[in-house]
Ligand binder design. Structure first.
Ligand SMILES: NC(=O)c1ccc[n+]([C@@H]2O[C@H](COP(=O)([O-])OP(=O)(O)OC[C@H]3O[C@@H](n4cnc5c(N)ncnc54)[C@H](OP(=O)(O)O)[C@@H]3O)[C@@H](O)[C@H]2O)c1
Length: 372
């Protein structure tokens, strides 16, 4: 069966992808870093257990290597490199820092740009001729772009063209891929994901990224200040693009089965999520009432509202943007469309799952309080 190499394989999207690959008998090579507590193999196993909700025996079609993203040849031995790259494969670069703030900008740059470049170097030095390199980008590398964001490369820009350092780094990274395609003949591809949500069939949601990070913060405030009403600077009719994780996995499965793939594809949902879905859902689920006030100024906020605003430092930037994404190149590859519905009821089910199964179980560790 075809070989698929995945780095950052213990991450949220990658582990859902490799789980499906393994079930479909692909040969999967997972590159993961061990940490002080758990080995690379244990970390993959934990990720798969989380998805399957039961003990998992690692299958024979999976091999895990402990690697160092930033080091020459990933600090792997010649023999390991030979074993990984000795036949044609699709290689997926998932590893990334999802931080976004100014103080993390060096870490963001080194992981997302230099780490990617090193990954391409390792791939280019060792992979066989028909192997393909896929970089997982973000649709929000569009930054403050207005109009229809195409499935083509855009030039590097200054941080002011983006909402945060994460977006900026992902744009720079795309252009690293471009440089290697144009100058060195890399068989390279960029897959841009919008905000990845939970599973829209089951409601199961185990990511705390984007709107779920916001939900986690509101949950924490609601525990501390039950019954309060807080205003938030949000346009209720504003939209965000969220794509269910099962849809991403399905699209990736279709991608690996197709021999000819465009250089760039936007994996986004056809219909965006309105901010009001998130607010309505949280207002039903939590004992804190959020009132969207689009013109609310920071100086008008009380201390609780300021705390909520801090919690929106990432999500808030996405609350009022109306970007449209072209998907015509994606549609050349994704011949079997799957239901990517993220309607109000689906968003509610995801928030409900997330609050009961993630926040309620982990929320006790973190608290926030007014005036701190
Ligand atoms: N989730 C989304 O909504 C979304 C949207 C658009 C694009 N994407 C892209 O999709 C990819 C996966 O995202 P995700 O949400 O699944 O992220 P995730 O769960 O945070 O996984 C990120 C992975 O990158 C690895 N990583 C980070 N820094 C590393 C380093 N210095 N060395 C080696 N590995 C490192 C992490 O390993 P450790 O566990 O060891 O830290 C983890 O395996 C990323 O490239 C992301 O930019 C995600």
């Amino acid at each position: 069966m075809k070989r698929i190499i995945v780095n950052g394989a213990n991450g949220y999207v990658a582990s859902n992808f490799i789980n499906e690959l393994l079930k479909n008998n692909y040969e999967v090579i997972a590159l993961v870093r061990g940490n002080g507590k758990f080995s690379a193999t244990e970390r993959v196993e934990q990720a798969l257990v989380q998805i399957e909700h039961k003990p998992v025996k690692l299958p024979d079609n999976l091999t895990v290597y402990n690697y160092s993203l930033m080091e020459k040849n990933f600090s792997l031995s010649d023999e390991q490199l030979k074993n990984i790259f000795n036949q044609d494969a699709d290689y997926f670069h998932f590893a990334a820092s999802l931080k976004y703030d100014y103080k993390s900008k060096e870490e963001i740059y080194s992981t997302n740009v230099e780490g990617l470049e090193n990954s391409i170097d390792v791939f280019s030095a060792h992979a066989t001729g028909n192997s393909r390199f896929f970089f997982m980008g973000t649709a929000y590398s569009c930054g403050h772009f207005k109009g229809l964001f195409g499935e083509n490369f855009y030039p590097d820009e200054n941080i002011s063209a983006f909402r945060n350092y994460y977006e900026w780094s992902k744009r720079l990274a795309e252009n690293v891929v471009r440089k290697h395609i144009e100058n060195k003949g890399l068989k390279g591809h960029v897959i841009r994901l919008s905000q990845v949500a939970g599973n829209n069939q089951t409601g199961e949601t185990k990511t705390d990224y984007g709107i779920f990070d916001f939900a986690k913060r509101v949950h924490s405030l609601a525990k501390r200040y039950p019954g309060e009403t807080v205003r938030a600077k949000i346009v209720p009719e504003g939209i965000q693009n969220l794509i269910p994780v099962n849809v991403v996995v399905d699209y990736l499965m279709q991608t690996v089965a197709v021999p000819k793939v465009p250089e760039i594809m936007n994996f986004v949902a056809d219909t965006p999520v309105k901010n009001s879905y998130v607010i309505n859902g949280l207002n039903k689920l939590l004992s804190l009432k959020i009132v969207p006030v689009p013109e609310l100024e920071h100086s008008q906020m009380n201390s609780l509202e300021r705390l909520l605003a801090v919690g929106m430092s990432f999500t808030g930037n996405y609350c009022n943007v109306h970007i449209r994404f072209d998907t015509s190149r994606r549609d050349e590859v994704i011949s079997r469309r799957v239901d990517d519905c993220m309607d109000e009821e689906t968003v509610y089910r995801m928030l409900e799952y997330f609050i009961h199964n993630v926040c309620e179980k982990t929320g006790k560790k973190k608290t926030v309080s007014v005036g701190n």
